[in-house]
Write a protein that binds this ligand. Structure first.
Ligand code: ZN
Length: 74
């Protein structure tokens, strides 16, 4: 449940962006919850037993967005 909420939290980040979806924009570093400063924090959560699922959900979301970034321009 917490995992789902974490994933949704980052999706809210996308919803507040204008426009909501821009295929030419890289989400990483653009949205406040996708900043380079927070990514190591998400990895930290994934490595800490108690917050592992929460952290994994966040890391997976960041990873998916990163893959999107890599394909910009193709
Ligand atoms: Zn995202």
């Amino acid at each position: 449940m917490l995992t789902l909420l974490a994933g949704m939290l980052l999706d809210i980040d996308h919803i507040f962006a204008n426009p909501i979806f821009d295929p030419n924009r890289c989400s990483i570093g653009f949205h406040p919850l996708h900043s380079y400063v927070l990514i190591p924090v998400y990895f930290g959560l994934a490595f800490w037993k108690k917050t592992r699922l929460l952290g994994l959900a966040l890391v997976i979301h960041i990873f998916a967005d990163t893959v999107d970034c890599l394909f910009i321009g193709f």
